[in-house]
Design a protein around this ligand. Structure first.
Ligand code: NAD
Length: 495
């Protein structure tokens, strides 16, 4: 199998070397092909996602298709400026020289995709990798069976296989793939698998982005409008039946708020879904293994099941489940990332106790706070750490392409979305163009024999330190010139 994988990767390397993504026009063409795939395969994507995870019409439209198409458009709109060299400031010593940053593609990227959003989490990084000029080996998740099949059978009708091969399979195939030498690895999945990927990458000193999971906490302050909080929490938690990396994992609030919140959440569920099992707006659990894992959590919790919207293994249906009065760290709901429709509430005495609770645990992918009191939000923001923080909502940060998306600590390494994706897949190469003139001046200062005086002169031109007196930068000169213009202007105006 390793030979087979080597062949695939070697072919992608050859295509990269042949310059198949070198020009702006070639990259645009591949991005447009992705858009074509998303348009032409729309119905097939819906059917695959319905079969895999019962994803609703609205959710497939928004969270798989349109969000991916928007990524294509954003790359097409911005790519020219992202690709152009980025000028940098320099000391006056280099006045005649050019200094800039060149964004260079890494080469061949390995893209490993999870099952929960198998199209968006494939196309979002893929668009940025293409915009940056890379060939990409695509490894969809074997868990989302129908979606994997659709990608395997159709993607290479739109994107050439020699540049963008789709490699399918599970851990065995991915292990063989990870033995190959890639120029970059972009992995989205569980933290435990992220460790395996990072170890494999270390073998070849391959840079990685790891988009991982974790337990995203939420603090609810008593200043909140609890019905609004309940609506937003229930709507988010029900999305893809809670099988989302930035889903609310557990809530922190006082006991009093907890009890009121449960009443508000029951109302939200009734309003949004009525009976959850028959609702068209609610999906299913991905497979029996995950269903059984979630049932185990539900059965073993020592907390109180305050809301239980039902279970039906024959349909892999698990309705929203809210567990209150969770206290012990060894409680099943606090042991692992839930990644399903179970929501735990841990009563705490207030904001500081919530901050302490969060800080005693691994840094999450997202942290949420609900409050109408700005000082509470500020306190939460300044004293916790997570990939992202959202006040009074969730997920919406993902729709803002100027915000980076990624984890910190155990929730991941690196970030993407919008230009961050392009930067992720570009080596930032330092470029300096000097001239062969001024050799006489150079001779004196930088070539042996050295003296204390020449070293002093050279360092004072090159380095600014706390005791620099004659270090001059372009900005410095600019400020002086601006000052002069203002003074002369003022003098002329007075006359
Ligand atoms: P996973 O880690 O099980 O699988 C992800 C990918 O890794 C799949 O393509 C799979 O084939 C491959 N894989 C699985 N076992 C492997 C092994 N032993 N060696 C090499 N490769 C292996 O994750 P999942 O179950 O697909 O997704 C759920 C997890 O992903 C959750 O933890 C969730 O939080 C996380 N996630 C994170 C983000 C994010 O953006 N940070 C997004 C979605 C999901």
């Amino acid at each position: 199998m390793e030979d087979q994988m080597r062949e695939v990767v070697d072919q992608a390397k050859a295509s990269f070397k042949a310059g198949k993504l070198k020009s702006y026009e070639q990259r645009c063409n591949y991005l447009l092909q992705i858009d074509k795939f998303l348009k032409e395969q729309e119905q097939a994507i819906r059917a695959a996602q319905k079969a895999d995870v019962g994803k609703t019409h609205a959710e497939v439209t928004i969270s798989e298709i349109m969000v991916s198409r928007a990524e294509v458009t954003h790359c097409l709109d911005m790519m020219k400026s992202w690709m152009s060299p980025q000028k940098v400031s320099k000391p006056l010593t280099f006045i005649g020289d050019k200094t800039y940053i060149q964004s260079q593609p890494y080469g061949v990227v390995l893209l490993i995709v999870p099952w929960n959003y198998p199209f968006y989490l494939l196309f979002s990084p893929l668009c940025g990798a293409i915009a940056a000029g890379n060939c990409v080996v695509i490894k969809p998740s074997e868990v989302s069976v129908e979606s994997e099949k659709l990608v395997r059978e159709n993607l290479n009708k739109y994107l050439p296989r020699d540049c963008f091969p789709v490699v399918c399979g599970g851990p065995k195939e991915t292990t063989a793939l990870l033995k190959q030498r890639f120029d970059y690895i972009f992995f989205t999945g569980a933290t435990s698998i992220g460790r395996i990927v990072m170890k494999a990458a270390a073998e070849h000193i391959t840079p990685v982005t790891l988009e991982l999971g974790g337990k995203s906490p939420t603090f609810i302050h008593e200043s909140s409008d609890l019905q609004c909080v309940a609506n937003r929490i229930i709507a988010n938690k029900a999305q893809n039946a809670g099988q989302a990396c930035i889903s609310f994992d557990y809530l922190l609030c006082t006991k009093e708020i907890q009890d009121k919140l449960v009443v508000a959440m029951v109302k939200s569920i009734e309003t949004f879904f009525g009976d959850m099992q028959s609702s068209e707006s609610y999906g299913r659990i991905i497979n029996e293994r995950h269903f059984d894992r979630l049932v185990r959590i539900k059965t073993n919790t020592k907390g109180t099941i305050a809301i239980d919207c039902g279970l039906d293994k024959s349909e892999l249906f698990m309705g929203l489940t809210v567990v209150t009065d969770v206290r012990d760290d060894d409680d099943a709901v606090l042991q692992e990332e839930i990644f399903g429709p179970i929501l735990a509430i841990v009563p705490v005495s207030g904001l500081q106790a919530a901050i302490d609770f969060i800080n005693e645990r691994e840094k999450p992918l997202a942290a949420y706070v609900f409050s109408k009191d700005k000082s509470v939000i500020r306190e939460f923001e300044e004293n916790t750490s997570s990939g992202a923080m959202v006040a009074n909502d969730s997920i919406m940060n993902m729709t803002v392409s100027t915000l980076p998306f990624g984890g910190v600590g155990e929730s991941g390494i690196g970030a993407y979305h919008g230009k961050f994706t392009f930067d992720t897949f570009s080596h930032k190469r330092a470029i300096m163009h000097r001239k062969q003139a001024m050799e006489a001046v150079n001779m004196k200062m930088r070539y042996p024999p050295f003296s204390e005086a020449t070293t002093r002169r050279l360092t004072s031109l090159l380095f600014k330190t706390q005791d620099s007196t004659n270090f001059v930068s372009f900005q410095g000169i600019g400020m002086v010139l601006l000052g002069l213009v203002v003074v002369v202007g003022a003098l002329l105006y007075r006359q």
